[in-house]
Design a protein around this ligand. Structure first.
Ligand code: PLP
Length: 368
């Protein structure tokens, strides 16, 4: 590929000196589980998000799972999830023992449709797990109102939303708690697996801190059956370096997104991302839609341009969830998104001329 979907090597090249220094500092410290490096990152990330607490965990899936466990959500409970999301959102609910109850997204924004949530609420519903898909937040005010009226928790899946804003507030500070992934390809990515929970809820923060470390607050005394899901100090040290340039790297993504939005406007049959007035996306992905998505994707591949599909199969049609008994047509909006969505190259190390080359290739596709 002459233009890869995502350039994974340039982040290290750009920050090599600081990352190498962080590596040496951790290696020479002799301290390799939790400790100062993890605490320092937790404090800085909490400040970045605009909340009081951050607890570093092993990955994004565990972040969501530990929030659910922290709230005591489990067997017999139901949690509202989007029908259109990465399967990890659903898996976190399944791990807790609760039932994921899918609700369709707004077709233009790809995120949970607040108007469709209420009919899915039953007396077993405990929480709404709102995903900020592709880097744009869900419409949170009506979701929070609905949750307040029904006494539900709102958990944000912020795994794609580092730095995204909703009405000038950061993703991760909008609900009761948020789960983050620092998987390498995310806007704030580690060099391995990593994740975090952010919240203003002191009690939840305390519980997640215990759950990530065997359910123990005092070493060798276990209050609950916890897990081993701790943020690695080496990854914490790397993340602290990368957090320092997150806003700048997101600004570069925004420039690319604006270039795409201008240059692709009016392309026949091509649906571009819709950005409501209240949203300021962090452009984790730039997702377009076209009825002939697969043909367009092959055409771009022949031109040396890497694309991905987020995601080819919606969770309700995955084999892993066949026990829920959903068949094709159960969630038509999610299904059409999965059939038509195509993610164009996007990232802080993509140049404007790369973006122009991507658009030239799109324009040379036979849309007729
Ligand atoms: C990446 C991602 C996750 C899971 O994160 P991991 O760190 O890979 O476990 C969860 N939800 C969404 C929406 C994601 O994109």
């Amino acid at each position: 590929m002459s233009i890869p979907f995502l350039d994974m090597k340039s982040p290290y090249r750009e920050l090599k000196e600081e990352l190498d220094a962080a590596y040496q500092r951790v290696m020479e410290s002799g301290w390799y589980i939790l400790g100062e490096e993890v605490e320092a990152f937790e404090q800085e990330f909490a400040r970045f998000v605009g909340v009081q607490y951050c607890v570093g965990v092993g990955n994004g899936l565990e972040a969501l799972h530990l929030i659910l466990r922290g709230y005591g959500i489990g067997p017999g409970d139901e949690v509202i999830v989007p029908s259109n999301t990465y399967i990890a959102t659903w898996l976190a609910v399944s791990y807790s023992g609760a039932l994921p109850v899918p609700v369709e997204p707004v077709e233009s924004t790809y995120n949970l449709d607040p108007a469709k949530i209420e009919v899915a609420i039953t007396e077993r519903t405990r929480a709404i797990l709102a995903v900020h898909l592709y880097g744009q937040t869900a419409e949170m005010d009506p979701i929070m109102d609905l949750a307040a009226r029904h006494g539900l928790k709102v958990i944000e899946d912020a795994a794609q939303a580092h730095g995204a804003m909703y009405k000038n507030r950061r993703a991760g500070s909008l609900g009761d708690a948020a789960g983050w992934s620092f998987y390498p390809g995310k806007n704030l990515g580690a060099f391995g697996d990593a994740g975090a929970v952010t919240t203003n809820d002191a009690e939840l923060a305390r519980k997640v801190r215990s759950l990530r470390n065997y359910g123990s607050e005092v070493k060798y005394y276990n209050e609950v059956k916890g897990y081993n899901s701790r943020l690695d100090p080496l990854q914490a040290a790397f993340l602290k370096v990368k957090l320092g340039c997150l806003d700048e790297w997101n600004a570069r993504r925004r420039t690319i997104a604006q270039r795409y939005l201008q240059g692709l406007a009016g392309t026949p049959g091509l649906v571009l991302p819709a950005v409501p007035g209240w949203a300021e996306p962090c452009w984790h992905l730039f997702v377009v839609r076209h009825p002939r998505r697969d043909g367009l994707r092959e055409h771009l591949a022949r031109a040396g341009i890497g694309t991905l599909i987020h995601y080819p199969v919606p969770p309700h049609l995955q084999k892993a969830y066949q026990e829920l008994g959903f068949s094709e047509g159960a969630f038509p909006i999610a299904e059409i998104i999965h059939r038509e969505a195509l993610s164009l190259p996007m990232g802080p190390h993509l140049s404007l001329s790369d973006a122009d080359q991507v658009m030239d290739a799109i324009h040379s596709f036979d849309f007729a």
